[in-house]
Design a protein around this ligand. Structure first.
Ligand SMILES: [Zn+2]
Ligand SMILES: [Zn+2]
Ligand SMILES: [Zn+2]
Length: 272
């Protein structure tokens, strides 16, 4: 671990101890921008997420964690996710917090995993024994682990990069450009990095998409600014659609400045 990493980690630790979970998470996310798998950072992040997002959190004013913080794709590796078909529940298990308390029992776990066949289930899909503890695996009969290490989660977010987001184009299929509240909701759900970098956001529409709209998105970006076609920018296009009955199609174009946002000054490789 470099000194830069250690210093950020120490700051995050101190903030977490002062119940300033949102600020602590902010420091940890900077490390994860540069080192997405850094183990001590992921470990502390899982504690911060648990402490800062419970209903009974002791967070300082303005320091509780809201869904938009928890959806951050940099946190995917600290989450457990349910294997039941169609279930999208994810949670942070007590695994890391309990490492120092061997043999602790957990009542009413958020979920559990079978140590023998790896089946992972959320609370709703879990067989709970009479004592309120996790029961046996319904697939292989082994005793379930109520505080398993994370198995990661999949989100429907557009990928984020360690690059500054400068411009966003949301192109929807239909007769009208997207309304402001639609854009706000879409940002919260699939690209919370807009709240961090405050890019321009353009809402456009196209009557009928050809294919999934990927090419239309790319054209919209190059029309917005010629420079987006140069090496100074990194343009990413993500076709998608609204969930549910209306199923409105969209294309999100994220335009990043083509250089690292966070650099570890003690590790030249991270500036490349
Ligand atoms: Zn489930
Ligand atoms: Zn099993
Ligand atoms: Zn713009």
């Amino acid at each position: 671990m470099t000194r830069w990493t250690q210093e950020l980690l120490d700051e995050a630790q101190a903030l977490a101890q002062a119940s300033r979970y949102r600020s602590a998470l902010g420091k940890l996310l900077v490390i994860l921008d540069v080192y997405p798998d850094q183990p001590e950072t992921l470990k502390l992040a899982s504690s911060v997420v648990r402490l800062g997002s419970r209903r009974t959190t002791d967070a300082a004013p303005g320091e509780a964690l809201e869904p938009q913080h928890l959806f951050d794709s940099r946190l995917d590796p600290v989450f457990c996710s349910c294997d039941a078909p169609g279930c999208e529940v994810s949670w942070v298990s007590a695994h890391h917090m309990l490492e120092d308390y061997a043999g602790a029992t957990i009542t009413n776990p958020l979920g559990a995993r079978c140590p023998s066949c790896d089946l992972t289930l959320c609370r709703r899909h879990l067989p709970i024994g009479e004592s309120g503890l996790a029961g046996d695996c319904e697939r292989c009969g082994a005793l379930l682990d109520a505080a398993p290490p994370p198995n990661g989660r999949e989100t429907n977010q557009t990928p984020r990069l360690n690059k500054r987001l400068v411009d966003v184009i949301v192109l929807v299929e239909g007769k009208r450009p997207p309304a402001a509240d639609f854009l706000t909701e879409l940002c919260g759900n699939v690209m919370p990095d807009v709240f961090e970098d405050a890019p321009h956001i353009h809402g456009l529409n196209e009557r009928k998409f050809k294919g999934d709209g990927y090419d239309l998105g790319l054209i919209a970006a190059f029309t917005a600014d010629d420079a987006y076609g140069t090496d100074d920018y990194d343009v990413r296009v993500y076709p998608g659609h609204q969930a549910g009955r209306r199923n409105r199609r969209w294309v999100i174009v994220k335009i990043f400045e083509n250089r690292p946002k966070h650099v570890d000054p003690h590790n030249p490789a991270t500036g490349a």
